[in-house]
Design a protein around this ligand. Structure first.
Ligand code: PMP
Length: 283
């Protein structure tokens, strides 16, 4: 496997991280995951724009432009012969003796990345998944795709231990998002999701779903809803770069609708599948 580490394409042995890396001490950094379909980066502009925005929000200056970052990601896809998979890229604030405040002498962020083959999760996409409600105890800047994921990690683990694929974060009586996904309810044909505030990550797949709803003339509303309202939705689904559009068939053991993936969800899944790069058929 070929990795990217500070300007070099190298094997794993070539990747050495300093004990003084602020990513290691504080989770002081930002990251992105970009899907690869048929050897092509999907919605790369949107992902790398968000990476630059996340960096700006934590007052980090990335050592590469958005175009250079897309170039690095494309190189990794090619070098690792990725057909269907994803790239992971992160930037930490850099290497400096441990103090909470930024290093007095500016250091260059450490950028690392890899590309991996990873099939589409078709079983979950077709059959749906169960979710568990978990208290959202994260900080108030969930709009930043930060390396600090302890709140998300603990929530996902709690969901897994309950036999669920995802945690449904609830803060102050409002459904927010998943631990690594955005969530949507459908009632009487209208799709509802939490507004893109500081309390959720504005997912790239979420934005794709908004666009697909517009194209399919499916009403879409960014509006808060409660867990009780969630349980009375006709359909429910989650989105993420790797999970795409995955139906949610039960919340805390209560079936949603008839406990099967819903028709509007399926319509959106089909529209999603139509717009991802597919292999070119031979004549
Ligand atoms: N919310 C959180 C907390 C996430 O970690 C993710 C996955 N990155 C998402 C939402 C979905 O974002 P995207 O569609 O850009 O993968």
């Amino acid at each position: 496997m070929i990795y990217f580490m500070n300007g070099q394409f190298t094997d794993q042995e070539g990747c050495t991280i300093s004990i003084d890396d602020r990513g290691y001490y504080f989770g002081d950094g930002v990251y992105e995951v970009v899907k690869v379909y048929n050897g092509e980066l999907y919605t790369a502009e949107e992902h790398f724009n968000r990476l630059v925005e996340s960096a700006e929000k934590v007052k980090m200056v990335l050592p590469y432009s958005k175009e250079e970052l897309i170039g690095i990601a494309s190189e990794l896809v090619k070098a690792n012969q990725i057909e269907t998979g994803h790239i992971y890229i992160q930037a930490t604030r850099g290497v400096s003796p441990r103090t909470h405040q930024f290093p007095e002498i500016p250091v260059t962020p450490v950028v690392t990345a890899y590309a991996i083959n990873n099939p589409r999760p078709l079983k979950n996409i077709e059959e749906g998944v169960r979710v568990k409600i978990v208290d959202d105890v994260r900080w108030l800047r969930c709009d930043i795709k930060s390396l600090n994921l302890l709140g998300n990690v603990l929530a996902k683990q709690e969901a897994f231990e309950a036999g669920c694929a995802e945690a449904l974060f609830v803060r102050d009586g409002i459904v927010m998002e998943g631990s690594s996904s955005n969530v949507f309810g459908i009632k009487n044909g209208t799709v509802y999701t939490h507004p893109a505030t500081n309390l959720i990550l504005n997912g790239i797949t979420r934005r794709v779903v908004m666009k697909l709803c517009e194209e399919l003339a499916i009403p879409f509303v960014e509006k808060e809803f409660t867990p009780i309202e969630a349980l009375s939705m006709d359909e429910f689904f989650l989105t993420s770069t790797t999970a795409e559009i995955t139906p949610i068939v039960s919340i805390d053991g209560h079936p949603i609708g008839n406990g099967q993936p819903g028709t509007v969800t399926k319509q959106l899944q089909e529209a999603f599948a139509r717009q991802i790069p597919v292999p070119v058929k031979a004549n």
